[in-house]
Design a protein around this ligand. Structure first.
Ligand SMILES: [Zn+2]
Length: 364
């Protein structure tokens, strides 16, 4: 089957443009939160679908952005499932995000400071609430509500696919074209200036940039809570997850979701396929594959013995700096040996013994 799942509306969209009719009233905040948690909703949907269908549904799906910038999901599933079941599962599926409330950012202008242990209020120096304390408070509050609830929109589409039919080919193209396409390309305007659309992207980006993506996100500092794991250098708006970028607009994780049993292949099998593809490309370009393999464990010397001996790096055998220095020295030694070898090949006179001696000592 070929199923398409969409998110709800956040405000009316001008037909054909993807731009809200009234940007002031468009719910960017909700759109951003839904995008950040979309993959959790999909995971829950597959769980629920498998329970209701009564078998381990296998799937291959891709997340893409609609023109209005909301992610949606195309998926092919193996085995037929009644449409009512799919509709009911979609309607009933939701994910509650039990996080501290995101409603009132505390540090919009000032940024909390790091005192070596905690993030503290920049004026008073008092440590911000820790993540654990914030969650305990949430647990104790009988009236607490989740920080966010993600649900699907009402536009679910499900149809059967039969091999060899043009419609099926179209569905497969849908699923595979996004494998090589960046999310931003989905809503790129081909270089044309579309001010209203650009502003629509900017407004969503403004939300996505400062909302927390996970318990460890530095954006919690803006809300006045220390992230679960803290350290120096955390600053709201500068989380390292790509979910916050203008190119990804909330979708930082996997774009393609494949169930384990879809192809009957293991991860190692997929890797072997991939390396074979790379190998063939290199060979056809006239690049010697042996050179690519030179560090592989199975490479042997001329005498048939293993070229490399693998040994564990012993922690505590030296500092990182010592290990780095040793590596640099080794590299310089190799360089010197190489230069010497070249000089020997060109020289009419044999090199002086002293140099030769050092080559012998350093060589293996
Ligand atoms: Zn983040």
């Amino acid at each position: 089957m070929f199923i398409t799942l969409t998110l709800p509306g956040y405000g009316r969209i001008r037909p054909g443009t993807g731009v809200p009719v009234d940007p002031e009233r468009y719910d960017y905040r909700r759109a951003a939160m839904d995008a950040l948690h979309f993959s959790k909703l999909l995971d829950r949907w597959f769980q629920n679908l498998r329970r209701c269908a009564g078998f381990k549904v296998q799937y291959f799906g891709a997340i893409e952005a609609q023109r209005r910038l909301a992610p949606h999901f195309h998926v092919a599933t193996r085995g037929a499932i009644p449409r009512q079941v799919i509709k009911a599962v979609t309607k009933a599926t939701y994910v509650s995000i039990w996080w501290p409330s995101l409603d009132r950012p505390k540090y919009v202008q000032d940024t909390p400071a790091w005192d070596g242990m905690d993030y503290v209020d920049p004026q008073t120096g008092i440590p911000l609430q820790t993540w654990d304390d914030a969650l305990t408070e949430l647990d104790k509050n009988a009236d607490a509500k989740p920080a966010h609830v993600v649900r699907f929109g009402s536009q679910t589409d499900a149809k059967g696919l039969i091999a060899g039919v043009p419609e099926t080919d179209r569905a497969v193209r849908y699923l595979t074209k996004y494998l090589t396409k960046a999310l931003a390309e989905t809503f790129a305007t081909d270089g044309r200036v579309e001010l209203a659309y650009d502003m629509h992207i900017d407004r969503l980006y403004a939300e996505v940039r400062f909302l927390p993506c996970s318990p460890d996100c530095p954006n919690w500092l803006r809300i006045g809570i220390q992230p679960r794991t803290v350290g120096p250098g955390m600053e709201p708006g500068w989380c390292r997850s790509k979910a916050h970028s203008r190119e990804h607009l909330g979708l930082g994780g996997r774009r393609v979701l494949v169930s384990r049993g879809w192809s009957g292949k293991t991860l190692a099998g997929h890797r072997a396929d991939r390396s074979e593809v790379v190998r063939q490309a290199l060979t056809s370009a006239g690049i010697e594959v042996a050179a690519v393999d030179r560090m592989a464990a199975q490479v042997v010397d001329e005498d048939g013995n293993a070229r490399f001996e693998w040994a564990a790096v012993i922690p505590g055998a030296g500092t990182k700096a010592a290990m780095l220095v040793a590596t640099i020295l080794e590299r310089r030694r190799w360089r010197a040996q190489y230069e010497l070898a070249k000089a020997m090949a060109n020289a009419h006179d044999p090199p002086v013994d002293k140099q030769f001696g050092s080559l012998q000592r350093a060589g293996r």
